[in-house]
Design a protein around this ligand. Structure first.
Ligand SMILES: N[C@@H]1[C@@H](O)[C@H](O)[C@@H](COP(=O)(O)O)O[C@@H]1O
Length: 261
């Protein structure tokens, strides 16, 4: 796992965008994994800028979302398929139908989850997965206690996650759906490169547990310790609990210039 401590989200976003642009230049039909939540927003804004500058095209790329609320109407602004359309997809040149998410309105949820897993496999797997992290260490919507071997399935949200996400639902926790469809921890681990971005003191414990704690279902993101290619970009506040912060800084500062993420 590579830890990169940057002054803030814009600096991290430029590093992540460099990596995504380089990927799409060498593999125009790359498969991206997209995350919602506030953490990746600076990355999406940076990608839009690079696209507008003519540096990158998504015309041949495909993308898969990490998760989706169960039961939100198709036109609900907080449905993740709509959120990602506003934040990134509608601002660049993805082809029609190139971006998929789990179907939170499916009548047969287990079948929809299995079909989503198969769609990712059929696309050749995810080349680069963008991730955020919840205050309780969840990635996508894999809450504490999630099987480290889990695949796409329905999950019940914790009260804490619903409180954290109430800001997107008029600050009313009761409006936050209770269930989601989420890629599992094993699904996420199957992506070839994982890039996690996080800022703020409220994420410091989760970042510490993910990087330096034992691998445990109680901190689901800690499963990333088993992945061979993970880049974690944090600001000083999110890095505040890291025991080896000085070592991570020195490692990054002395990294050979030719080596990307
Ligand atoms: N399902 C999403 C996650 O994908 C996201 O990483 C996390 C953190 O969100 P934020 O980046 O807004 O702090 O919460 C949500 O519940």
């Amino acid at each position: 796992m590579e830890l990169i401590i940057q002054p803030g989200a814009p600096e991290s976003a430029r590093i992540v965008a460099d990596s995504i642009v380089a990927l799409l230049q060498r593999k125009p039909d790359a498969v991206l994994g997209l995350a919602t939540g506030s953490s990746p927003l600076a990355v999406y804004d940076e990608l839009v800028r690079r696209h507008e500058a003519g540096d990158v095209s998504f015309a041949q790329a495909r993308a898969f979302l990490l998760d989706e609320y169960v039961g939100l109407p198709a036109d609900h602004p907080q449905r993740y398929r709509n959120v990602i359309e506003t934040e990134l997809v509608g601002r660049v040149d993805f082809a029609e139908g190139a971006v998929q998410g789990p179907d939170g309105l499916a009548a047969d949820i287990p079948a929809a989850c299995a079909a989503y897993e198969q769609a990712i496999v059929d696309a050749g797997g995810v080349d680069l997965q963008i991730l955020g992290i919840g205050t309780d260490g969840h990635i996508a919507f894999n809450e504490p206690g999630s099987s480290l071997a889990s695949r796409t399935r329905i999950k019940t949200l914790t009260r804490q996650t619903r409180i954290d996400n109430a800001r997107f639902f008029d600050d009313d926790v009761e409006k936050v759906p209770t269930h989601t469809l989420t890629q599992g921890l094993a699904t996420i681990r199957a992506a070839r490169h994982l890039v996690l971005v996080s800022t703020g003191r409220h994420k410091a414990e989760a970042i510490h547990q993910m990087v330096e704690g034992p691998v445990s279902a109680m901190w689901p993101a800690s499963v990333l310790q088993h992945h061979p290619h993970v880049s974690v970009l944090v600001d000083p506040a999110a890095a505040a609990r890291l025991q080896l912060a000085d070592y991570y800084r020195e490692t990054y500062e002395t990294k050979p210039a030719w080596q990307g993420l």
